[in-house]
Design a protein around this ligand. Structure first.
Ligand SMILES: *[C@@H]1O[C@H](CO)[C@@H](O)[C@H](O)[C@H]1NC(C)=O
Ligand SMILES: *[C@@H]1O[C@H](CO)[C@@H](O)[C@H](O)[C@H]1NC(C)=O
Length: 198
């Protein structure tokens, strides 16, 4: 489902000169968070991905099919989305400058100015239904238009990127009193950054 996240990094770094590609470790692309918040669940707990098709070849990651939400919060909850990129250095994961927090994801997911939309949510076919139910209502089916993700980071500015990186995504639900619900959704994509050209 969440494969397009790889290129989120692109969205935040379109300034200068070097192109990179992210070589993803896991054939399933995403994995559960290693240091997720207590009680967090992975993608495959929160969503039924059995009808999603993912096919990796040299052209990129081809995604189609659909995903059904199992995550059952209330539609009146606010869902926040946090995205952080970490770099592996001397045995530990260190934060980088690439981070973002979207406090109300359900209103932002189809906003054309948001990277969530540009790199991921624009690929959903049933937008009206998703706007109504968001993806925090159990049973909501998120239907993909088939698309291809190239995990390539173009025109990255600043110090050269090198080594192992991961993108961590955390979705949290808050009730009407702004209390955090117990089971946030957390997943990460880990890979090796490789330079393409100068
Ligand atoms: C979900 O995807 C499967 C496999 O591609 C397909 O057979 C099914 O019709 C899809 N369901 C919806 C609601 O799009
Ligand atoms: C979702 O939660 C509501 C209220 O908390 C409950 O009534 C409903 O049965 C739950 N649905 C599923 C599919 O677990």
């Amino acid at each position: 489902m969440f494969t397009t996240l790889l290129i989120l990094v692109v969205g935040s770094t379109t300034i200068l000169a070097t192109d990179y590609i992210l070589l993803i470790d896991d054939p399933d692309i995403y994995s559960n968070c290693i240091d997720g918040p207590p009680g967090s669940q992975g993608i495959n707990d929160a969503f039924d991905t059995s009808e999603m098709l993912v096919d990796v070849d040299p052209d990129g990651i081809h995604v189609s099919g659909n995903v059904t939400s199992i995550w059952n919060t209330s539609r009146t909850d606010r869902i926040s989305a946090r995205m952080s990129v970490l770099h592996y250095n001397r045995g530990s994961w260190e934060p980088t400058v690439f981070n973002s927090l979207t406090p109300d994801f359900c209103t932002a997911m189809f906003d054309p100015n948001q990277f969530w939309f540009k790199y991921w949510f624009k690929n959903f076919a049933n937008r009206e239904e998703m706007k109504e139910k968001c993806f925090s209502t159990a049973g909501t089916v998120l239907v993909y238009n088939p698309f291809t993700v190239v995990p390539r980071l173009n025109n990255v500015m600043g110090a050269p990127l090198k080594g192992r990186y991961k993108v961590v995504v955390l979705f949290e639900a808050f009730d009407e009193k702004n209390q955090r619900r117990p089971s946030p959704v957390c997943f990460e994509v880990i890979g090796e950054i490789e330079k393409i050209k100068n």
